[in-house]
Design a protein around this ligand. Sequence first.
Ligand SMILES: C[S@@+](CC[C@H](N)C(=O)[O-])C[C@H]1O[C@@H](n2cnc3c(N)ncnc32)[C@H](O)[C@@H]1O
Length: 397
Amino acid sequence: MTSANSPEELRGRMVDRIIGAGLLRSARIEAAMRTVPRHEFAPAASLADAYADRTVTVKPGPDGPVSTLSMPSVVAIMLRQLDPLPGDNVLEIGAGAGYNAALLAELVGPAGAVTTIDIDSDVTAHAREALDATGYHHVRVINADGAFGAPDRAPYDKIIVTVGPWDLPAAWFDQLAVVGRLVVPLYWRGQSRSIAFTRHEDHLRAVDSQPCAFIPMVGDVAGGERSAGLADGVSLHWDEDQRIDTAALRSAVGGVGTTLWSGVTVAPHEGVDGIWLRLTATEAGTCRISATEAAIAHGPVKPIFPGWAPAVVDGDSLAYLTSARRTANGQRRYALGATGHGPRGHELADRIVATIKRWDGNRAAQPVITAWPVGTEPRVSGQVIAKRQTTLVLQDG
Ligand SMILES: C[S@@+](CC[C@H](N)C(=O)[O-])C[C@H]1O[C@@H](n2cnc3c(N)ncnc32)[C@H](O)[C@@H]1O
């Protein structure tokens, strides 16, 4: 018999909620999540916090957590993308608390192997201790920069990255077996998505991508993002391969904007991440705009979300995704549109509106994403995103 607030009960309810949200359809992953005692990997958290659908801080830092235990629903999504099979040799980048490594050990079984790497020695010490205490002695924990992988046990059947890199380092491609799977929450053009790639002879090809947000990866692959203030409380964030004229954009944002509406509406909490994804496949100037609540309340900009909203920049002009609350048949909805600033702001807003309409025509459609190690000429055409070690090509469907 277990009591209503025992770890087993709370764990069961956590898994039931993830299933109820439609995010867990694999009986094997479900069994692993019902087995691994998540609270043992977060000893400082209350049982309720350990089993809530939230991140749990493992190591705090001055600008936010250095390490966290990922949200259980995100863990489930990424394991589904990875599909670890009995006997697989798996590499994890970002050991954190060691929780996901324990799930991987359950899924690959005694015939498989799990190596997990973390750059922070306090974190690896914690992960080692928690894995030993829960009986996962056979998981190998390494303290190093995960950008270089762990060549001694390569090739891996599966590689999972549980920290947000800006680039795909050559080592991950080199250490992944052909037809192997890489799951990685990659940042590009201001957004972050967990992409499931399959390795082909000379490139990676995405089979799925889902929105997610992770702690940015530090070390060798960090540092490809740029940002600057455009007005009081308003900032723009872009990638180093993009040309951004911040002086011209400051002057654009100082002027009056033009808002165009698409006629498309969404329910509260309905995801619009697919619009951003589609923009990255068609608009070279896609980036992120952020604004404080005060800047939104008093002008000059009103992006759809304060911290994260897609913007498109072209020379001296910019436009961004916006929304307005509407009521239709007594139901609250949000109308989607775009606001443009600068000499070509109207034209850019019109292009975002066209993307909203295309997205609405088939919300599940995703661009084809391929990744080519630098030095290999991409054999496909599409929107090229030049990282330092990888070239991404997005082809809009
Ligand atoms: C979200 S946590 C990982 C969660 C973990 N998988 C779990 O199950 O608890 C991200 C981790 O990535 C680590 N990290 C950041 N940059 C890294 C790098 N270059 N190499 C390896 N680990 C890194 C951080 O120290 C942090 O512990």
